[in-house]
Ligand binder design. Sequence first.
Ligand SMILES: [Zn+2]
Length: 69
Amino acid sequence: MARGLQKIQSQQRAQDKKGKEKGSQLAARKAGIKMSCPECKCEIANYKTLVQHMQAKHPSATIPPEPSS
Ligand SMILES: [Zn+2]
């Protein structure tokens, strides 16, 4: 009886393509975010959201006046 040794070669393909999302600020700018909280520098989409954010997060802080675009 003949013994046959079969060597199975398995090719492993290591695909290391990780798409890191760089520049979240850029994406935020694309989304239309143009304001930031004067207290915590958090990015705010619009003035209405800023007012809500100020009331929720910084109730003691003065809400800035609405910018005239
Ligand atoms: Zn804030």
